[in-house]
Design a protein around this ligand. Structure first.
Ligand code: TEU
Length: 549
């Protein structure tokens, strides 16, 4: 029985949650002021995006000191108060661990740059160029070459993300020891676990070879995704740190298949508890994420999730989510924010909170917050801005670029939390760092909590249901109607208890084609987001959860 299996996670992007000072940036005291809110919702674990000292090139994912708090967010005393306040309410805290890279303003990097003979030089990937060109042709996730030239030492350093995020060299044992010691200090302070940023990118092929045509920028993933020493490093981290604490770990992992996933989370592997597999986040991608496909397949979605659930069954543990701080708003992307905002947000919630695996709710999902359509000057995210500028230079049409950004840009998830219909949605009394979604008079927490049939109480009920029914945590999972392009249906059962989940993920009515033994079971309806129901048809985005002993 592990608390992280039974828990429900709520993700907070601190910059955008609640501002206590009026400077327009969310902060730790702001989060403290909302702890009763979290308790009322019922979540039992909070994941905080990075709150460490950072020049904020990538909103805290560029860390300049792993052991102090970002000045904009408050102080270490505030952090201690936050942790204590969560624990008093029976809520655990997991932190972001960003150790594939740090900031170019971290003392390790400054030392490595200013003093090539220092032992810190080898904490990073410094290499000579080739004919006055970068050492290889890898492209950065945030556009352009993954190498930055440093004229003083006449070498380049590797940065798979922005040039202010130099990659750390995990081949170096002293670096690994420093990271483990830092993690232990956070655990000793009382934090309950880590969400590990791009953790399957830490082991690079030490030769750092080019891919394909060396004169073209290419994604070098084959040389650093799930690299040669990945599992060795994970086991070492487990042995030196994780095994000593009653903690939770979840690794963010792009490009893993179930086989690779099992190696990371298999029960006897001594690596991680969970990963975020990202396959369903690509359902609407074309060649890149910006090449958005207008429709996505429900059958494909179910195939992905079922493959992971069945693949890890009895061995590893899944995590379930529709979005995070890098993804568009769930209701805008997978639901229908125009015609069925409430129903579709409820339908999506019903799926994540009843599938096997730990559910993750991203702040604002519980009130059905939506994407935004800003002009380019209003965006802050470096991924979005770099891509826009790069594409413009290549001659792309601004209009089509904006269409992609409106659908896919990361700032969709990062607009301030909408608390009420006051100015700036009650997020700040000052000037918000990122513009508040103009729909806040209609979509906000205060209002959502007053709507008995709305999204907020629905989340509250689902969370309570999961806590009260361990069958939803530990029970067997049997998918139903797998080839149906509208309905996501499944059975959870344990001993005599059965829970049936029927969710219409479409704008049209859906015919229910259920096996006889299910139709003939004496179900009691636990949750239904419409007033009526039948066993033969679901209304658009209808979600029904039924139970029997
Ligand atoms: O994200 C990893 C990552 O690859 C993302 O940048 C992702 O590809 C992209 O956002 C999808 O379009 C993690 C963090 O979650 C993200 O916020 C950071 O920017 C990134 O790592 C670098 O630390």
């Amino acid at each position: 029985m592990s608390w992280w299996k039974e828990g429900v996670v709520y993700q907070i992007y601190p910059r955008s949650f609640a501002d206590s000072t009026g400077n327009g940036v969310g902060d730790l005291k702001g989060i403290i002021s909302k702890l009763d809110y979290l308790q009322e919702l019922g979540v039992t674990i909070v994941w905080l995006n990075p709150v460490y000292a950072s020049p904020n090139d990538d909103n805290g994912y560029d860390i300049s000191d792993y052991e102090s708090i970002m000045a904009e967010f408050g102080t270490m005393e505030d952090f201690d108060a936050l942790l204590a306040g969560l624990h008093q309410r029976g809520i655990k805290l997991i932190m972001d661990l960003v150790v594939n890279h740090c900031s170019d303003e971290h003392p390790w990097f400054i030392e490595s740059k200013d003093n090539p003979d220092s032992p810190y030089r080898d904490y990073f990937f410094w290499r000579d160029g080739v004919n006055h060109q970068p050492p290889n042709n890898w492209v950065s996730v945030f556009s352009g070459s993954a190498w930055q030239y440093h004229p003083e030492s006449e070498q380049y350093y590797l940065h798979l993300f922005s040039k202010k995020q130099p990659d750390l060299n995990w081949e170096n044992e002293a670096l690994r020891k420093d990271i483990y010691a830092m993690m232990r200090r956070w655990f000793d302070k009382g934090v309950d676990g880590f969400r590990m940023d791009v953790i399957n990118m830490i082991s690079k092929n030490p030769e750092l070879p080019s891919v394909g045509d060396p004169s073209q920028l290419e994604w070098g993933g084959q040389h650093f995704m799930n690299g040669p020493r990945q599992h060795e490093f994970m086991r070492e981290m487990h042995e030196q740190v994780l095994q000593h604490y009653n903690c939770m770990t979840v690794g963010e992992c792009f490009d893993v298949d179930v086989e690779e996933g099992k190696k990371l989370v298999g029960a006897d592997r001594k690596e991680l508890h969970m990963i975020f597999q990202m396959e369903h986040m690509a359902l609407d991608h074309g060649d890149t994420k910006w090449d958005v496909q207008p429709t996505w397949s429900r059958v494909a979605l179910k195939q992905i999730l079922n493959r992971w659930i069945q693949g890890l069954d009895g061995d590893g543990w899944n995590s379930q989510f529709w979005m995070n701080h890098d993804q568009p708003r769930a209701v805008s992307r997978f639901g229908n924010e125009q015609k069925f905002r409430i129903e579709s947000a409820q339908a999506l919630a019903a799926v994540t909170l009843t599938l096997p695996g730990t559910p993750y709710i991203y702040m604002g999902e519980e009130i059905g917050m939506t994407n935004v359509q800003y002009s380019i000057e209003e965006y802050k995210d470096l991924e979005t801005l770099n891509w826009y500028n790069e594409q413009l230079q290549k001659g792309a049409e601004p209009k089509s670029l904006m269409r992609s950004i409106h659908l896919m840009g990361r700032d969709n998830a990062r607009t301030p939390m909408q608390w009420n219909d006051q100015e700036h949605a009650g997020f700040t009394t000052g000037n918000p760092w990122l513009k508040v979604n103009p729909n806040y008079p209609e979509i906000n927490v205060a209002r959502a909590q007053q709507q008995p049939q709305g999204i907020w109480p629905w989340y509250q009920s689902l969370i309570a249901l999961r806590k009260e029914n361990k069958v939803l945590v530990y029970g067997r999972y049997t998918p139903i109607m797998e080839s149906c392009e509208q309905v996501f249906a499944f059975l959870r059962d344990q001993n005599e208890t059965k829970i049936l989940v029927l969710v219409n993920l479409s704008d049209e009515k859906a015919v229910l084609d259920l096996p006889n033994h299910i139709v003939n079971t004496p179900w009691q309806v636990t949750l239904n987001n419409y007033d009526s129901m039948t066993m033969s048809e679901l209304l658009p985005w209808q979600a029904i959860i039924m139970r029997t002993e």
